[in-house]
Design a protein around this ligand. Structure first.
Ligand code: CAA
Ligand code: NAD
Length: 287
C-alpha cells in the first residue's frame, strides 16, 4: 500500500460539484488524476470548471502559470472503471445512494490493484457497510470534503469498523498534502458535521413551510444574526437539495429519531427536480 507521499495516481469517480473540486486539488498536489463519470457531459463541464478555477488562481498569483497548466494536463478523463486499475487511491464522489455506491465498490474491488485505497466522499452513509461490499475492508475509508473543495479547509476522515491504522495514516497525511485540516469521526450516520448541519437546514425548511418568515428573512437572520457566510436555505441550494434530503433520510433511519424527519417542503422540491443551484432552481432561482 502506498504511503501519502507515494500516492501518485488518484482516481476520482463522479465529476459533479465535489468530484471536480477533488480532482483539481489532487492535480494541483502533483498527482496524475483519472476522472470518471457516467455522464460525458459532466466530464466536459468539470474540465472547463477546473481549468477556469486553476487559471483564476494563477491570475491572482496564488499559482504559477506553469503549475496551473501542468495541473490541468495531469487530469485525464476516462470512461470505464477499468481505466482506474493503476490508481493508488480512488475517491468516490457519485450520487448519495447506498445501493449505487455499494455496486461501484464491488466493481472497484475487482478492478483496482490489491494495494489501492478506496475512499468515499459520502456525506452520511456508513463506511463500514460500503467496505463490506469489498474483500479489502481494511483499505476502505471515508474522506469527506466540503463544498467547494478547493476553498474549504476541512477533510473529515471516517474510519470504518475494519479500516487499518496504516490506511488511516496514509489518508490523513494525503489530506494534509492537499493543504487541508483533518478531523476524525466514528462511523455513525452523518458523521460530525452533517449530523449537526443538516438538522439546522431542515429546521430552516420547517420555518419556511410553516410560514414563520420569508426565505430571504430566514437566510438574512442566520447570516447577520449568527455570522454564517450563507443562510441555511441558500446553503441547501448550494449543497444540492437532493444531497440534503438523502443525508436527512440516513440520519432519520440510522438514528431512529423523528427530529431528523425531512420537512415535506424539502421533499416536494426534490420531487419537483428543484435540486438547487446546480439545476438553476431550488429554494431560489439562479439566472
Ligand atoms: N471553486 C473555487 N473557488 C471558489 C469557488 C469554487 N467553487 N467559489 C468561490 N471561490 C473563491 C472565489 O474565487 C473567491 O476567491 P478570492 O477571495 O481569492 O477572490 C472566494 O472563493 C470567495 O468567493 P466569492 O467572493 O465569489 O463568494 P463568497 O465570498 O460568498 O464565498 C463561499 C463563497 C466560499 C462558497 C462562501 O459563501 C462560503 O463559505 N459558503 C459556505 C460554504 C459551506 O458551508 N460549505 C460546506 C457545505 S456542507 C458540505 O460540504 C458537506 C456535505 O456533505 C453536504
Ligand atoms: P453531483 O450531483 O454534483 O455529482 C454527482 C456526479 O456523479 C454526477 O456527475 C453523476 O453523473 C455522477 N454519477 C452518478 N452515479 C454514477 C456512477 N454510478 N458512476 C459514475 N458517475 C456517477 O453531486 P455532488 O454534490 O458532487 O455529490 C457527490 C457526493 O459527494 C455525494 O455522495 C454527496 O453526498 C457528497 N458530498 C456532497 C457535498 C455537497 O455540498 N454537494 C459535500 C460533501 C460531500
Amino acid at each position: 500500500m502506498a504511503t501519502a507521499s507515494e500516492i501518485a495516481a488518484v482516481g476520482v469517480i463522479g465529476a459533479g460539484q465535489m468530484g471536480s473540486g477533488i480532482a483539481q486539488l489532487a492535480a494541483a498536489a502533483g498527482c496524475a488524476v483519472l476522472l470518471l463519470d457516467a455522464d460525458p457531459a459532466a466530464l466536459s463541464l468539470a474540465v472547463a470548471s477546473i481549468s477556469a478555477s486553476l487559471r483564476r488562481l494563477a491570475a491572482k498569483g496564488q499559482l504559477s502559470q506553469a503549475a496551473c497548466e501542468d495541473s490541468i494536463k495531469r487530469i485525464r478523463c476516462v470512461s470505464t472503471v477499468q481505466d482506474l486499475r493503476d490508481a493508488d487511491l480512488v475517491i468516490e464522489a457519485i450520487v448519495e445512494k447506498e445501493d449505487v455506491k455499494k455496486k461501484l465498490f464491488v466493481e472497484l474491488d475487482k478492478i483496482t490493484k490489491s494495494s489501492a485505497i478506496l475512499a468515499s466522499n459520502t456525506s452520511s452513509i456508513s463506511i463500514t457497510r460500503l467496505a463490506s461490499a469489498t474483500r479489502r475492508p481494511s483499505q476502505v475509508i471515508g474522506m469527506h470534503f466540503f463544498n467547494p473543495p478547493p476553498i474549504m479547509k476541512l477533510i473529515e476522515i471516517i474510519r470504518g469498523a475494519d479500516t487499518s491504522d496504516e490506511v488511516f495514516a496514509a489518508v490523513k497525511s494525503f489530506s494534509e498534502r492537499l493543504g487541508k485540516s483533518v478531523i476524525c469521526s466514528q462511523d455513525y450516520p452523518g458523521f460530525i458535521v452533517n449530523r449537526i448541519l443538516m438538522p439546522m437546514i431542515n429546521e430552516a425548511f420547517w420555518a419556511l413551510y410553516t410560514g414563520v418568515a420569508t426565505k430571504e428573512d430566514i437566510d438574512t437572520g442566520m447570516k447577520l444574526g449568527t455570522n454564517h457566510p450563507m443562510g441555511p436555505l441558500q446553503l441547501a441550494d448550494f449543497i444540492g437539495l437532493d444531497v440534503c434530503l438523502s443525508v436527512l433520510r440516513v440520519l432519520h433511519s440510522g438514528l431512529g429519531d423523528n427530529k431528523y424527519s425531512p420537512c415535506p417542503l424539502l421533499v416536494q422540491y426534490v420531487d419537483a427536480g428543484r435540486l438547487g443551484k446546480k439545476r438553476g432552481v431550488g429554494v431560489y432561482s439562479y439566472g
